[in-house]
Design a protein around this ligand. Sequence first.
Ligand code: LMR
Length: 389
Amino acid sequence: MFDALTRQPDDPLLALIGLFRADERAGKVDLGVGVYRDETGVTRVFRAVKEAERRLVETQQTKAYVGPEGDPVFLERLWALTTGEAGRGRATAGLQTPGGSGALRLAGDLMARTGTRRIWLGLPTWPNHASIFTAAGLEVVTYPFFDIPSQAVLFERMMEALSGAAPGDAVLLHASCHNPTGANLNTEQWRAVAALVAERGLLPVIDIAYQGYGRGLDEDAAGLRILLSAVPEALVAVSCSKSFGLYRERTGAIYAVCGSAETALTVRSNLAALARVSYSMPPDHGSAVVSMILGDEALMADWKAELESMRLRITAIRERLAAGLSRRWQVLTAIREQEGMFSLLPLEEADVMKLRAEHAIYMPTSGRINIAGLKTAEVDAVIEKFLSL
Ligand code: LMR
């Protein structure tokens, strides 16, 4: 029976992890998958996470199931962190999920159940967005978002395309730290998008996976909050992978903002039913850690301080990259204004392969670089390699 299957290509981004590991050259540089690394090249466990884990080991009495919805306290605290005042008092159905990807897949499955047929994705976007929503049975359509040669957000073209969306269509938006471009909407643009989404009766699906890595915890959620305040319904997919450094613990949540408490109960029951036939119940460890941090003043303060120092490190590397790369590509001064882990360079696939073959610099063929993976000490050498192309 299995002979009927055809071999599937590896996910190009995840395959890079293996290719990089297998490269034995000294001084190799990994600008591939989006993980934060410190000045020694290590993705460290946050201090507050370590401390929360220590307390959990000491105090946790059971490993019994948490139930399909997950822990309501975690869900409440994460919602408050993400949405602040804008989320307070909204009728919301939240479900703890295996990472942000699990949240997006549940969002897709839920939309398919409600009869939503199409979702609009900005171009370019995280490649897995299209795969996830297609797998959930939605039709993926696209709107222009970013022009690589000019490094500009194509705001007018985005608005024009979304004006053609049919009522009931879903539209995916990155809350901040856009993956893969690092380019984001300003406040005025968020307001205009919120007004358009509300006026046309579209369902916003907001992916927030890098809160705290761009301009700050509240600043990185500001657009999402503007949008939430303008619409009656929304889906918000939250990932704790980066913000809490919990990547492999698969920690996240999906929230559906609903028109009434009654509807929220119905939506929650649908999300729980969808989870049940997929992975049944979410992993607990990461969310127990996040919940403990968000519920403890001292742990929260320490987590915020560490996250802020990481943000500032990325910002400093952005400055240097912008100064260095703009010597050849004037337009790349934009890297300084972009935010979060990624920028998308105007490179051909052949350039990317040359960097990999000749200089052991690894990045996806799209030209995306993970700035958060760079050590300060290697920035100048990396710039020189790019300039030598
Ligand atoms: C990335 O884009 O590098 C991250 O979101 C990791 C992933 O799952 O692709």
